[in-house]
Design a protein around this ligand. Sequence first.
Ligand code: TLP
Length: 345
Amino acid sequence: MSARNQEIIDLRSDTVTRPTSEMRRAMAEAEVGDDVYQEDPTVKKLESLTAEILGKGAALFFPSGTMANQAAVLTHTTPGEEVILGANSHIYFYEVGGLARLSGVQARTLPERRGCPEPEDIAAAVRDENIHFPRTALLCLENTHNRAGGLAVDKDRIDDCCRVAWANNVPVHLDGARIFNAALELEINPDELVAECDSVMCCLSKGLGAPVGSMLAGSAEFIEQARKSRKLLGGGLRQVGVLAAAGLVALQERERLIEDHKLAEELAAIIASCPAENVQLGEQATNFVMLEYTGNQGAGWLRERLEERGVLSNKLHETRIRLVTHRDLTSNQITEFGRRLNSIL
Ligand code: TLP
């Protein structure tokens, strides 16, 4: 049977979630104003709720996580400086070279162990005062870590990295696109988890289900500067309350992300029990599941066969397929995924 006749099971990303009817209603009814004049009451409400949840002085709405991360780097740095970050971090790997292009900074990449660079590697990478060297301006961390398979990095590891950075007068930005997934997995409040980070980005448009939106949080002074960086990037927003209204609903429902983790566990169990020898469970963490395919045809081949059967996924590398659970999936669809996978192998 072709994909046309089958229900689509979309496991590409939690970004594919569609706004709920409550979000659509809130959008339709949102009170709005011109946000460049800082007169949109709904976005202000979203910004102060985010700042409260993350325990920071202020927060700012962005159209995307990429723009919020890049605005953070732009705000923390001056062209010609150096940024320390993981070689597999989203900011380095997936943001179109924005570090170099938008901020004019140089990346100093470090290997990561389970989603986080080692504090001693960070200490060794910070530049001394020397006529030949650029200044180390920023350390970026990520939680959960996307390319590490949705791993939640615990507070001790984050704090150890922050302490090294701070001891060297280097601020820390956290790409917390899925920070609420991390906090739920680690059973810790989000503000505690990010307490030592100077700035934090979190996404409303992933598992939380908002159609658009990411937030950048930090000190009030930092956020005022970031507002200017956002303007420079073309992100001066007008009646943005229509988007913020959906974000508010999303943020208030953040604890439901735990359901996505449960679905990921179900999915992992199905992969682990797949009779085919060349299919194994890689990692499962938070709402990410990694399927290892060691067949000669490669993971790209398996991804295509799944797509023919109406299962959408992403190939991460030659032997690995990434599957992400989210609120628009049901337990039945996860079971159905298993049936379709077995029909290929
Ligand atoms: N990640 C997307 C793709 O870009 C890979 C996905 O499907 O996972 N930080 C992290 C850790 C992310 O995973 C993402 C999106 C972003 C930043 C960027 O967010 P957006 O897509 O809103 O620009």
